[in-house]
Design a protein around this ligand. Structure first.
Ligand code: MGD
Ligand code: MGD
Ligand code: SF4
Ligand code: MO
Length: 906
């Protein structure tokens, strides 16, 4: 927000999503760091979203893991590394190489990932290395490989800007890839003829901006796109020349789609036939079409078929690899792509080589001078943790991921780890749900401290550079892996002086005996030397060795003129069978069996993300600003379903499946499809009593990719019968033990917490003492005995230490207003206002925060519209600044402005 580059400014890349925005980080003398978008980075040209702009607020050392530990006691690096090496070696000696495993992450840097994969596949001789990318990108990888013969993303971000039609499938771009979304919004403003179609069961913020929203029944995508293929053929939109020259298998794919006329597609997708027709006609008529997709496609038991159903339509029309045309899988994590490049998944080999191919294995073995390369694929994430549970895997090292929160059937993952003979976890924070099960905890260098490369969704390799010293005894992940490798007797192959040398080897391997046979070739980036690596500018691959290297190439796209990576250089159409049953049941019918089931509370659980939190919140949870947008885990439910289940707004609901249960705040919303509910994936055992939604999610996987279907679990939803509800703000982290329900978040100057209990509170005043450690005596109190309402405020000098609001119904106090008091001094009168639970006319309640950059709330925006001072998003920006920095909230502001304006005229 406030950072003009200075001599100490470091160019780096955002820690969060796969957009891979360039960041300028400027450490200041007071220890803080100013953050700004890098105007020269081709992913963002200076833009940042709310999470990126708040990076500076997540760099504090409080809560960091700073020393190695063994069974909870501090130890030194030598002891810890010796122990890890010894236990892994002993386990391998006794039970074979497949008895050990690594579970890593798309948040590791390419260099970390490369050495972990090399150690497991080349030197331990097992392929039991898998990653959270299995939960994220595996279906896209599998779909690409089936169609293209390689895991290639053909296009670039620019394609979205020059397309005439952008189809967004199962992707909440506005919240999850905000800078790509902003580029798209800007392009549509320049070229209003551009059309945007969003296919998502929920009406998301992304759908709000679309010309056409198709609220598809969950997992209806295969039918929708197979039906589209049939339509393209029927109306003569197939590019016969491209199909004949560069592909194979169209006839079979059309055969599989034969029955899918619009009526049948409507039945399978729950969509209006007229809307389906409109989409099909638009697609058929628009040459420059890009189809963007992410987790609504990948995280499904038919995920790989969904990918191929989409890709089929682009191959049939020859719309691939040309400006403004192509299928585009956008990646989630900052280095999801780098992980794929180094082959860090159980069914891949390094450098986009294939583990099933004996010649490829031999090539890698020679290049690495490895004793043996794993001869068959290893266990994929879900299967890997099952193997931990049943004792096939007896030692596991988890790095850069929090599976006790993020894996489906997460309670089973916790149980497996608690029974595993040896668990190593490297992380940057000291308290995570997974670290609880670690015998050995290894402190990793965090963003801003570590150094290496990441690859974004459009194949662009960028440097993450350090601008802070390593705190405590933290070390980069690549160093830990190499030290363990050395102690296991493989020192010669892991003797790197730094990440630059690892990158160099990775680049050389990509070009080794390649000669155009593999898509991933960055041999042109080998031999950069230390200075060249340090200064490496963002570079898209491929970058083969040769004249003029490295640098921008005339065409950074793939496949416009064929050249696929199957042996015959042709692409394959993959016939996609229609999913057996859409996951969203038809609207309840009083006479049918399913109607009866729904009345009993059975719904389909969809899960995903919110705008301002990142995954398990170990970093975004540190920022009060980001936590203010959504501070509590919730269950979004359609008004019809809510009424049927007697759930009111702000009630608490229990969501249960045969795997486990969660307790969430009810959010009634017509954005939700009837018959389905949505919950965020972010809350953990650290931040909520029962907010880990993956405890509920079924571990069913796609048969090809092994990716779990995280967006479709049959659940039962019931009202949690709370006897009391509470809200507290506290200056210190409150005690949460013994609470049936809590959700804890940072606030400016302290914490804020929602609470509820099943049993009556017999001594409300004691609760404040338990939570905040303040003696009940000397606390300001207000009781309305008949209504069961109690309010307390405790001060130290003129500072508020804790305020607590209790009620028999969900507490109505303004959260933002109450939390705002932690950072203020309080004179006498102000103290009583705290008990009243609302501000005077001089301090109106801003309402829930919409713009996190400038902390502007919904009430302030609405008031500006009502008073006539603003009638558009732009005017709100000029008046209140809201939406004028990162722009992530502009969709929400637009909605508020429209809603209030409509009410005003009604
Ligand atoms: N704010 C924020 N941004 C992030 C992240 C984050 O944690 N927070 N994480 C990053 C990561 S790792 C990832 S993978 C990406 C994920 O980015 P997205 O894929 O955009 O995010 P999700 O919210 O998981 O899911 C996207 C949408 O899929 C829809 N969906 C569910 N089922 C179906 C279906 O059957 N068909 C269709 N068509 N749609 C369906 C959901 O309703 C949801 O709106 O975001 C990245 N960016
Ligand atoms: N129900 C449901 N579940 C989901 C999803 C969903 O949509 N729905 N999405 C899935 C997807 S797409 C993803 S990507 C996963 C994400 O899930 P996770 O990967 O489990 O989530 P994170 O919170 O990103 O975990 C990263 C961990 O690594 C630590 N860390 C950060 N930087 C470093 C580092 O440099 N080194 C080391 N060693 N550690 C570091 C962090 O503190 C944190 O504990 O969740 C998956 N789970
Ligand atoms: S879009 Fe936001 S989270 Fe993603 S890389 Fe850019 S600034 Fe970071
Ligand atoms: Mo992801």
């Amino acid at each position: 927000m406030d950072a003009a580059p200075t001599a100490t400014t470091v160019r780096t890349t955002c820690a969060y999503c796969g957009v891979g925005c360039g960041v300028l980080a400027t450490p200041r003398e007071d220890g803080s760091v100013a953050i700004a978008g890098d105007p020269e980075h081709p992913a963002n040209f200076g833009r940042l979203c709310s999470k990126g702009s708040a990076l500076g607020e997540t760099l504090q050392l409080e809560g960091r893991l700073l020393h190695p530990a063994h069974n909870g006691a501090r130890t030194d690096w030598d002891t810890a590394l010796d122990l890890v090496a010894r236990r892994f070696s002993e386990t391998i000696a006794a039970h074979g190489p497949d008895s050990v495993a690594f579970y890593v992450s798309g948040q590791l840097l390419t260099e970390d990932y490369y050495v972990a994969n090399k150690l497991m596949k080349g030197f331990i001789g097992s392929a039991n290395i898998d990653t959270n990318s299995r939960l994220c990108m595996a279906s896209s990888v599998a779909g690409h490989r089936r169609a293209f013969g390689s895991d290639t993303v053909p296009g670039t971000y620019e394609d979205l800007e020059c397309a005439d039609l952008v189809v967004i499938v199962g992707s909440n771009l506005a919240w999850c890839h905000p800078v790509i979304h902003q580029r798209l919004v800007a392009a549509k403003a320049r070229r209003p003829d551009m059309r945007v179609v969003v296919i998502d069961p929920r009406r998301t913020m992304t759908a709000d901006f679309a010309d056409l929203h198709l609220p598809i029944a969950g997992d209806g995508d295969v039918a929708l796109f197979a039906g589209l293929l049939r339509h393209l053929d029927a109306v003569g939109a197939v590019d016969e020349r491209y199909v004949a020259a560069h592909t194979g298998g169209l006839v079979d794919a059309l055969g599989a789609a034969e029955a899918l006329d619009v009526a049948r597609v409507a039945a399978d997708t729950g969509l209006d036939p007229a809307a389906i027709r409109r989409f099909y006609e638009l697609f058929a008529a628009t040459d420059r079409t890009v189809t963007v997709y992410s987790q609504g496609v990948n995280q499904s038991t038919s995920g790989t078929d969904k990918v191929n159903a989409i890709v089929n339509c682009h191959l049939a029309t020859g719309r691939i690899g040309r400006p403004g045309a192509g299928p585009f899988s956008v990646t989630g994590q900052p280095n999801a792509m780098g992980g794929r490049e180094v082959g860090g998944m159980a069914n891949m080999l390094a450098a986009h080589l294939s583990i099933e191919d004996a010649a490829h294995r031999e090539l890698v073995r020679r290049f690495w001078k490895a004793p043996a390369v794993a001869a068959r694929p290893g266990l994929k994430a879900v299967e890997m943790f099952r193997a931990v549970a049943d004792g096939r895997i007896r030692a596991i090292w988890i790095a850069g991921t929090n599976p006790v929160v993020s894996m489906p059937d997460a309670d089973a993952v916790a149980k497996a780890l608690s029974a595993c003979p040896f668990v190593v976890v490297s992380d940057v924070v000291a308290r995570t749900d997974t670290l609880k099960y670690a015998q050995v905890a290894l402190p990793a260098a965090a963003w801003g401290e570590k150094d290496g490369t990441v690859t974004n969704s459009e194949r662009r390799i960028s440097r993450q550079r350090s601008f802070l010293p390593l705190p405590g005894e933290a070390k980069p992940d690549w160093w830990m892996v190499c030290e363990v490798a050395r102690r296991m007797g493989f020192g010669a192959a892991f003797a790197y002086a730094g990440p630059g040398e690892i990158f160099d080897e990775h680049a050389r391997l990509s070009g080794f005996e390649n000669a155009g046979t593999r898509d991933f070739d960055i041999a042109g980036l080998a031999g950069l030397g230390e200075a060249g690596y340090d200064g490496l500018a963002p570079t898209q691959w491929p970058q083969p060795a040769g004249p003029g290297r490295p640098g921008p190439r005339p065409d950074t796209r793939f496949f416009a003129a064929g050249g696929f990576f199957h042996a015959d250089r042709r692409a394959r159409f993959v016939p996609t069978p229609v999913a057996a049953r859409p996951k969203t049941r038809p609207a309840p019918d009083a006479c049918s069996e399913s109607g009866a089931a729904e009345r009993q509370g059975r719904l389909v659980l969809n899960t995903g993300r919110v705008r301002d939190h990142w995954h398990t919140m170990t970093r975004t949870g540190l920022s009060a600003r980001l936590s203010a947008h959504i501070a509590e885990p919730f269950l979004e439910i359609h008004p019809g379903d809510a009424a049927r289940l007697s759930l009111a707004e702000a009630d608490l609901a229990r969501v249960a499946s045969p795997y486990g249960d969660a307790l969430l705040r009810v959010l009634v919303s017509d954005r939700q499809r009837p018959g389905t509910v949505f919950a965020p994936m972010h809350w953990t055992g650290e931040t909520a009593a029962k907010g880990r939604i993956d405890a509920v999610v079924a571990p069913r996987t796609d048969p090809v990719s092994g990716q779990p279907g995280l967006k479709a679990t049959d659940v039962e939803v019931t009202r949690f019968p709370a006897a009391w509800y509470g809200f507290a703000v506290t200056a210190h982290r409150p005690e949460t033990a013994g609470l049936d329900y809590f959700a804890l978040a940072r606030a400016d100057g302290g914490w804020r917490m929602e609470m509820a209990g099943r049993a009556e509170l017999d001594a409300p005043a004691r609760l404040l003492e338990r939570l905040a450690g303040v003696p009940a005596e000397g606390v300001l109190a207000y009781h309305d005995g008949s209504g069961g309402s109690h309010r307390f405020a405790a001060f130290e000098g003129d500072r508020l230490v804790a305020a607590l609001y209790l009620s028999r119904t969900p507490v109505a106090v303004s959260r933002v207003w109450a939390a705002g008091h932690l950072a203020q001094a309080h004179a006498g009168r102000e103290r009583f206002r705290l008990l009243a639970g609302r501000g005077g006319a001089d301090r109106p309640d801003p309402g829930a925060i919409v713009c996190s950059c400038f902390a502007v709330g919904v009430n302030e925006i609405a008031a500006a519209v009502v008073s006539g001072r603003a009638t558009s998003v732009e005017e709100i920006g000029r008046l209140l600044r809201a939406g004028s920095n990162c722009g992530s909230c502009r969709g929400e502001i637009r909605e508020i402005v429209t809603r209030v304006a409509l009410k005003d005229t009604a």
